[in-house]
Design a protein around this ligand. Structure first.
Ligand code: ATP
Length: 355
């Protein structure tokens, strides 16, 4: 893999005219809106055609569009983007559809540490990182014959929960599993789900202090997943399964939520542990990240996934959240990213937050 040298790329950059660039989907309205609030210009990379709906949201619209035929074609425009002093903000669709490999060698300054990609995209490495940090993950069941309580079966590379299923016995597993696809089996954790949105700055010390820099809690959400979240409208899961109707986990939206305050110390401890471990393993994850958790009835957290970039669950909070409001009014994750870039540019620290 070619090693990107961000310092080389930044030498030609006019640091007073940086532009925020991202692909027009996922959380781009928020990213453009946040940049606008911080006085930064924006470039929307639109795949296929200019997305008409941006016209309906003048404050979330990029200052200019770059239209490409498909994700791969973004690679043809990197020089043009560098001439415009573009800094790329990754989000879930951008990385997923361009492909983690291509994304990690994109020769554009990118917000965050791209070395995180290999740690989060491989479920074994992710487990090594999170459990190594002391977080508790759902147990993995290596042999389906050992299924003796509800499990969730996850296919590799599934997008947004597509195709995942619940099984309670080995027989159920055998009936549902699709041949030829690789999968993992996890204990199905009973509890309530919280998707917690953090922001880690390695260069600012004005929040929850870590060995290097500091951590903020910006917001949290619960995902709205079809059809599992609405299945009770038709009957019990057992009744429906008899009819061959199986609940699925495809994300269709995000619901704002707050957590009982007594859980917040644990929330910060988990965020702290995962950042400190990342510093040791690969030089640290930077900026926004999300821990996807279930809180059990014993008020214990189980963490089933980490996303180390802005997640779509931050979108209910474009005008701030019940947590970010206590940091600064009107602070979204998108705005916080723009602030970090502005701060780093001013202090000559861009190489600390970009790769
Ligand atoms: P994404 O990459 O978009 O986060 P994904 O395809 O990697 O999604 P997960 O986030 O691992 O999938 O899981 C999808 C959904 O399945 C979760 O949002 C949650 O509702 C449910 N889920 C996942 N793991 C568990 C578990 N161990 N116990 C209970 N529910 C779970």
């Amino acid at each position: 893999m070619t090693k990107i040298n961000v310092n080389d790329m930044l030498t030609s950059y006019d640091k007073k005219n940086l532009r925020i660039a991202t692909v027009c989907s996922h959380s781009s309205l928020q990213i453009f809106n946040g940049a606008r609030k911080e006085g930064l210009k924006t470039i929307g990379i639109s795949v296929g055609e200019k997305k008409k709906f941006y016209d309906a949201f003048p404050l979330g619209k990029p200052d200019e569009f770059l239209i490409v035929d498909n994700y791969k074609d973004i690679l043809k425009f990197t020089e043009e983007l560098r001439e415009k002093n573009a800094i790329v903000i990754p989000h879930g669709s951008f990385v997923e559809y361009l492909g983690a490999d291509k994304f990690s060698t994109l020769d554009l300054p990118t917000f965050g540490n791209r070395d995180v990609l290999k740690w989060e995209s491989d479920r074994n490495m992710e487990r090594k990182w999170l459990e190594g940090a002391g977080l508790v993950m759902p147990k993995e069941i290596k042999d389906p014959k050992n299924i003796d309580k509800p499990v969730i079966v996850k296919y590799h590379g599934a997008k947004g929960g597509k195709g995942f299923f619940i099984a309670k016995t080995y027989d159920e597993f055998k009936k549902r599993i699709e041949k030829g696809k690789s999968y993992i089996i996890q204990e199905f954790v009973m509890g309530t789900r919280y998707y917690i949105h953090y922001f880690y700055s390695p260069i600012q010390d004005n929040a929850y202090k870590l060995s290097k820099g500091s951590l903020q809690l910006l917001s949290m959400d619960r995902r709205d997943e079809t059809t599992i979240d609405e299945v009770q409208r038709l009957g019990s899961i057992a009744e429906l399964e008899e009819l061959g109707i199986h609940p699925t986990f495809v994300v269709t939206g995000n619901i704002p939520i707050v957590m009982r305050e007594s859980l917040l110390p644990k929330v910060f401890k988990m965020g702290e542990a995962v950042v400190e471990k990342s510093l040791k393993l690969f030089g640290g994850m930077i900026g926004s990240f999300c821990l996807e958790t279930v809180v059990t009835e014993d008020l214990e957290f189980r963490v089933f996934e980490i996303s180390s970039r802005i997640v779509a669950g931050t979108n209910p909070y474009i005008a701030g959240s019940p947590y970010s409001e206590m940091i600064q009014p009107d602070l979204s994750t998108g705005r916080r990213i723009a602030q970090e870039i502005k701060f780093a540019a001013k202090k000559n620290l861009l190489n600390e937050i970009l790769t």
